[in-house]
Design a protein around this ligand. Structure first.
Ligand code: ADP
Length: 261
């Protein structure tokens, strides 16, 4: 099956949790295959809400989301999960599954009730654990591993879903520097070689700048600026959104903006 170049189109999306406050206003953007789009913005600016809308967990009050050219509201949750996988900010699970069982859950959308799981499902699941260096955690209780280890297991689960679009919420927050680099390299390889597309929320502006092809800067539920890291991460935009005067330098190798204190 061939897929259109535009994976996702977000059109005039508005969203409110209640009657007295608008959480997202007039959100418009599209994402192309192979792109990593970073979402940045201060706490409460609507980053997680936007990811939840894209993954179909929340329905927009107004506006439309088009996934692979089709309106998201015609997809069942099972169908969405064949195309979109999510690594949430909070990966805590209330049940004591083994790590490998959590990863295997990524195959659920594909397993037929009649035929059951196949060798291929186990192969894909194991491969994702190898790629994310979580295979040594296979037999461990998901509740008894560190936050960073759990994050790697959840990225493996998301890859096991073999998505077209991967949604990440602060996926590096618990990762040590070495895993941060490795995960970034792994995802960049998947973007290039497997045609994966990624939308990721970042707290760390410097990582967002290094990792992303384009950035969306959210400010009070609106897009303050969308563009390349060079276009978005400047004094004027950051001051508007974060209300502090940042100092910006250019990364010596990568030539992208970096914010210093
Ligand atoms: P961010 O991810 O940028 O920190 P969020 O999307 O989590 O922002 O939140 C945006 C706004 O929506 C905040 O004002 C937050 O308090 C509010 N909000 C988030 N989740 C809920 C909820 N379940 N019910 C009501 N308000 C919420």
């Amino acid at each position: 099956m061939s897929f259109p170049k535009t994976i996702l189109k977000v059109e005039e999306v508005n969203f409110s949790y209640n009657d007295y406050q608008k959480t997202l206003s007039n959100i418009n953007f599209s994402v192309s295959r192979g792109e990593l789009l970073g979402i940045i913005g201060p706490n409460g600016s609507g980053k997680t809400t936007l990811l939840k809308i894209i993954s179909g967990i929340l329905k927009p009050g107004k506006g439309n989301i088009f996934l692979l050219g089709k309106n998201l509201n015609i997809f069942s949750i099972k169908k969405i999960s064949k195309y979109v996988s999510v690594v949430p900010q909070d990966t805590w699970i209330a049940f004591s599954f083994k790590a490998k069982e959590v990863v295997f859950m990524g195959r659920i959308p594909y397993i037929s009730r009649i035929k059951g799981e196949t060798i291929e499902d186990y192969r894909i699941s194991r491969e994702a654990m190898v790629k994310t260096q979580s295979l040594p955690l296979s037999e461990k209780n998901i509740q008894k591993i560190s936050g960073g280890e759990r994050q790697r297991v959840f990225i493996a689960k998301a890859l096991t879903q073999t998505p077209q679009l991967l949604l990440l919420d602060e996926f590096t927050s618990h990762l040590d520097l070495n895993y941060k680099y490795e995960m970034l390299n792994l995802l960049k390889k998947a973007l290039k070689e497997e045609g994966l597309t990624i939308i990721s929320v970042f707290h760390d502006l410097n990582l967002a700048s290094i990792a992303s092809h384009r950035l969306i800067l959210l400010n009070e539920g609106k897009i303050e600026k969308i563009g390349t890291p060079q276009e978005v991460l400047n004094e004027e935009n950051l001051q508007k959104a974060y209300r502090v005067k940042p100092i910006l330098i250019n990364h010596p190798d990568l030539k992208v903006p970096q914010v210093i204190m």
